[in-house]
Design a binder for this molecule. Structure first.
Ligand SMILES: NC(=O)c1ccc[n+]([C@@H]2O[C@H](COP(=O)([O-])OP(=O)(O)OC[C@H]3O[C@@H](n4cnc5c(N)ncnc54)[C@H](O)[C@@H]3O)[C@@H](O)[C@H]2O)c1
Length: 217
């Protein structure tokens, strides 16, 4: 894999809700960073089942393995700012109430609650990060920016949500990774860390600012 030191890297293909597999994978780890999730909001609306399975049962499985086999390990659980729902003005704080608006964000919020409960009940050393929208190389083409670029380059219609004026913060994936690295090293047990770039854009600006060709509309 490009940019990966093969000597220090071990790829195991499997489902995070498979207890035995996860036991083998993480029982001796010092730090576990859980990125695995069903992540596409639209798909969560048309078919939520896999979101509940991966995003809730999967995280529950990781927590159970840690509780029983590796209680001193540190878990960095990657959540999302979508657990907060919408805001009219300003930005969310870590202690704001959760108001998820899709099965995706509800499943992520549920997992966050489980993580916090395992910190409180069993003393697990876990932290949660909640990041805004990511962009960057190799992003799955169902996500807004790659989808928009691909469709625009094919001269196809580009889907816009609502009026396209909803404001979102966009962060480059490497900046997100840098923040996760910091949380991995210095994040305190039971804490939640919001991550953003401060680069808020509405959907129309995110999609069209740098385009001369915007496809058929
Ligand atoms: N992309 C964003 O804008 C964004 C923003 C904030 C938080 N996040 C979070 O970051 C994480 C990664 O998001 P992404 O955008 O890279 O998503 P992605 O869908 O591109 O990647 C998620 C990966 O998890 C894997 N996966 C799903 N269910 C699994 C399971 N049961 N067992 C093992 N693997 C499983 C998928 O196969 C996929 O490779 C997710 O937890 C997501 O909620 C993403």
């Amino acid at each position: 894999m490009k940019g990966i030191d093969e000597e220090r890297y071990n790829f195991i293909k499997g489902d995070i809700s498979d207890y035995e597999l996860m036991q083998d994978a993480i029982k001796d780890a010092n730090v576990i960073v859980n990125f695995a999730a069903e992540s596409h909001v639209d798909r969560s609306i048309s078919n939520p089942y896999s979101f509940i399975q991966s995003n809730i049962i999967g995280v529950f499985t990781i927590l159970e393995v840690l509780r029983k086999c590796n209680p001193s390990a540190k878990l960095v659980h990657i959540s999302t700012d979508e657990v907060y729902g919408d805001i009219i003005h300003g930005s969310f704080k870590e202690w704001d109430r959760l108001k998820p608006s899709s099965p995706y964000s509800a499943s992520k919020a549920s997992a966050d609650m489980l993580v916090l409960a395992y910190v409180r009940t069993y003393g697990l050393n876990a932290v949660i990060t909640r990041c805004t929208n990511n962009y960057g190389p190799y992003q799955f083409p169902e996500k807004l920016i790659p989808k928009t670029i691909i469709r625009a380059s094919m001269n196809l219609k580009i889907p816009i949500y609502g009026t396209g004026k909803n404001v979102r913060d966009w962060i480059h994936v490497l900046d997100h990774c840098e923040a996760i690295d910091l949380v991995m090293q210095e994040g305190e047990k039971g804490e939640i860390y919001n991550i953003s770039s401060g680069e808020e854009k509405n959907e129309l600006r995110s999609c069209y600012r740098d385009f001369t060709c915007v496809g058929k509309r």
